[in-house]
Design a protein around this ligand. Sequence first.
Ligand SMILES: Nc1ncnc2c1ncn2[C@@H]1O[C@H](COP(=O)(O)OP(=O)(O)OP(=O)(O)O)[C@@H](O)[C@H]1O
Ligand SMILES: O=P(O)(O)OC[C@H]1O[C@H](OP(=O)(O)OP(=O)(O)O)[C@H](O)[C@@H]1O
Length: 215
Amino acid sequence: MAFFANEQKLTIAMPKGRIFEEAVHFLQQAGLEVTAELQDSRKLVIPVENARLEFILAKPTDVPTYVEYGVADVGVVGKDVLLEEERDVYELLDLQIGYCRMMVAGLPDWKPTEALRVATKYPKIASRYFREQGQQVEVIKLNGSVELAPMIGLADRIVDIVSTGRTLKENGLVELEHICEITTRLIANRASYRMKSEAVDEIAGKFLEVIPGKK
Ligand SMILES: Nc1ncnc2c1ncn2[C@@H]1O[C@H](COP(=O)(O)OP(=O)(O)OP(=O)(O)O)[C@@H](O)[C@H]1O
Ligand SMILES: O=P(O)(O)OC[C@H]1O[C@H](OP(=O)(O)OP(=O)(O)O)[C@H](O)[C@@H]1O
C-alpha cells in the first residue's frame, strides 16, 4: 500500500554516518517503507516506487543545503548542523533521537593568559556563544579530532559535541560550559511546505506518532 494517500512525491534527505541507523529505525517505526537498499547499498538515490518516496543519502552537514535548494523536500538532520549552517529551511519537528550536547571543554585548571583561543568544527556556534557571553575569542576551525587542540597547545578551549563523555575523559579534558542540547530534527523546504503540504503534513503526522509524549 502506498504510504501517501495523495499523489505528491516526496524526496527525503537522510544523513549518512552516526545517526543514520537511528534515523532509519525511526522511519520504520513511523510506518515508512524502508527497503534493504537504503540500509545496505552504496547507492545515494533510492526510490521507493510504491510509496512515492525517494531517499537521498547525504553527508550530515549537507542535508540543509539540499533542502534549502529544494532538491530534497524534507530532511533529517542534527540541530548542531542547523545552528552552524544557518540555512533557510523550516524546522518542523524534534524527533527526539540523536541526543548529545554542545559544550565548551578544556584542560582542568588551565588559566589562559591572553584572549581565549577556541578550536572547533562549529565556528559559527562558538563565535555566537562567546559573543553572547561578552567574551572576545579567537576561533580556530578544525575538521575533527578537536580534543587534540588543548592537549598540544593549539587552543585553550574547544567547542564540540559530547555524548558519553568518553572522548573528553580519555584525553584529559573536562566539560566547562553547556551551550545547548542537540537532537535530530525534521526540516522542510519552504516551497515544498506550501506546494506539497499534504505530503509533508502526512509524513510529519506519522513522525509525530512515534515521538515520545507527542501522540
Ligand atoms: N557523540 C556524537 N558525536 C558527534 N555527533 C553526534 C553524536 N551523537 C549524535 N550526533 C549527531 O550526529 C551528527 C554527526 O554525524 P557524523 O559524525 O556521522 O557526521 P560528520 O560530523 O559529518 O562526520 P565526519 O565529519 O566524521 O565524516 C551530528 O550532526 C549530531 O547531531
Ligand atoms: O562524548 P563521546 O561519546 O566520546 O562523543 C563525542 C565525540 O564524538 C564526536 O567525534 P567523532 O567521532 O564524530 O569524530 P571527529 O573527532 O572526527 O569529529 C565528537 O566530535 C566528539 O569528539
